[in-house]
Design a protein around this ligand. Structure first.
Ligand code: ADP
Ligand code: ASP
Ligand code: MG
Length: 411
């Protein structure tokens, strides 16, 4: 008998029939003697639908009221799933984040979980109940409703698993595990049996939305055994673990996956006087506008001036460009410009640490396809490049092929 925390994503609870099917699946686990805590997302498309409604009134809506609105999506699914479990004859009880209580900080729309009160859940489990918790939400110290950012139900699942010391946190979704790249872009992508926390964290940070970044961070920090599985088919899924043994790592491919991010935009300021403090003068106002910068590139100065390029989230592009244009005037720079039609493409793998020549192989593969690289950034276990949007899918496929990711290295 085990304590399992299972999270079901939006597509998995997207219709009444699917909710009934999820209830059957949970009932099967319960029949095998497991204690079950279930986290659910809103029905697929619901969070987007609610956001669009709010934007009809205030296109720039953010903050407290948006959270009050968005959390209703998950409140619907906990009630429906719990009712479906009752109909099958099981004892079950639903909780919103606030009822649990999942305490967060007060940064609305992207709150962090501070603590979880597990008393109610433990009591209900001992009484034989299946406990169903709304994902993606909590309350701050003052009782304000908060949300954890898009994809945040994954984090609710992992945080509950950590608080309850569950045997495993299982993320059920519409694919049967973590793949070498998004299987919707590369049909030959291969499911990984295991991936390290470190690699999964890079994949998530670089755009693979199969798990929310914070969920992976949390699982790594508290050593929560984490698995991604299909809601629709049986299978082992992918285990995310720190425990990849020596034999595995000898066999392991140098590159474990390819991630991409379509949400980036690039900004450039040309002909800036090349003096100490110039990077700070440019990026200071950007960060004051609450805009996070991702990649940064400064050219070597020539004739006393330099060029400076960086990337931001596409949602921040317009504001960043107007801040930069103001800066260009103040600094006497030649020009500020931008390109919102760029994507970031990355290869990830712990094996890169011990292998030279991976970067040049990546650039060679892209060059063979005639794909121009606009920016490059590297760390110990990843290499990212910025390319024009139109080359994204071609680039992902070429790299997947060029690094032989479709072949199973374990065979
Ligand atoms: P859920 O609604 O269940 O949370 P998400 O849409 O958030 O599901 O995440 C699952 C999706 O992640 C898949 O449908 C797939 O298109 C995408 N995805 C991106 N990268 C990967 C990857 N490397 N492996 C598997 N799925 C990926
Ligand atoms: N419903 C939220 C979203 O769509 C949270 C989640 O599904 O994880 O982002
Ligand atoms: Mg998700």
């Amino acid at each position: 008998m085990a304590l399992l925390v299972q999270k079901y994503g939006g597509t998995s609870v997207g219709t009444i029939d699917r909710i009934k099917a999820v209830a059957e699946k949970i009932a099967g686990y319960r029949d095998r003697g497991n204690d079950m805590v279930i986290v659910v997302s809103a029905m697929s498309g619901e969070t987007n639908r609610l956001t669009a409604l709010a934007k009809e009134i205030d296109p720039a809506i953010r903050g407290r009221e948006l959270d009050v609105l968005l959390t209703t999506g998950e409140q619907v699914t906990i009630a429906l799933l719990t009712t479906a479990l009752h109909q099958l004859g099981y004892d079950a009880v639903s909780y919103t984040g606030g009822q649990v209580k999942i305490l967060t900080d007060n940064s609305h729309n992207k709150a962090r979980i501070l603590s979880i009160d597990s008393i109610n859940i433990k009591r209900d489990l001992s009484a034989g109940n299946i406990v169903v918790v709304a994902g993606f939400q909590g309350v701050d110290e003052k009782g304000n409703i908060t949300t954890l950012g898009r994809g945040g139900s994954d984090t609710t699942g992992v945080a509950l698993a950590a608080a309850l010391k569950a045997d495993e946190c299982q993320i059920f979704t519409d694919v049967d595990g973590v793949y070498t790249t998004d299987p919707r872009v590369v049909a030959e992508a291969r499911r990984l049996d295991k991936i390290t926390f470190e690699e999964m964290l890079e994949m998530a940070s670089l755009g693979s939305k199969v798990l929310q970044i914070r969920a992976v961070e949390f699982a790594g920090k508290y050593d929560v055994p984490l698995r991604v599985l299909s809601s629709f088919e049986d299978g082992e899924g992918t285990l995310i673990t720190s425990d990849i043994n020596e034999d595995d790592s000898v066999e392991q491919a140098v590159i474990s996956g390819i991630a991409f991010n379509r949400d980036e935009a690039q900004l450039t300021i040309n002909g800036v006087p090349d003096t100490p403090g110039v990077a700070f003068q440019i990026l200071g106002p950007i960060s004051e506008a609450n805009i996070e910068v991702d990649m940064i590139l400064q050219n070597i100065g020539a004739d006393g001036t330099t060029d400076f390029t960086f990337t931001v989230h596409r949602n921040d592009y317009d504001v960043a460009l107007s801040v930069l244009k103001e800066m260009a005037e103040k600094l006497g720079a030649r020009e500020a410009s931008g390109n919102s039609k760029i994507n970031k493409l990355s290869i990830v793998g712990v094996g890169m640490r011990s292998h030279a020549g991976i970067a040049s192989r990546m650039f060679e593969i892209l060059a063979q396809e005639g794909i121009n690289i606009l920016m490059i950034s590297t760390s110990e276990i990843k290499i990212s490049v910025v390319v024009e949007e139109k080359y994204l899918e071609l680039g992902v496929r070429a790299l997947h092929d060029g690094f032989d990711l479709a072949e199973d290295k374990d065979e």
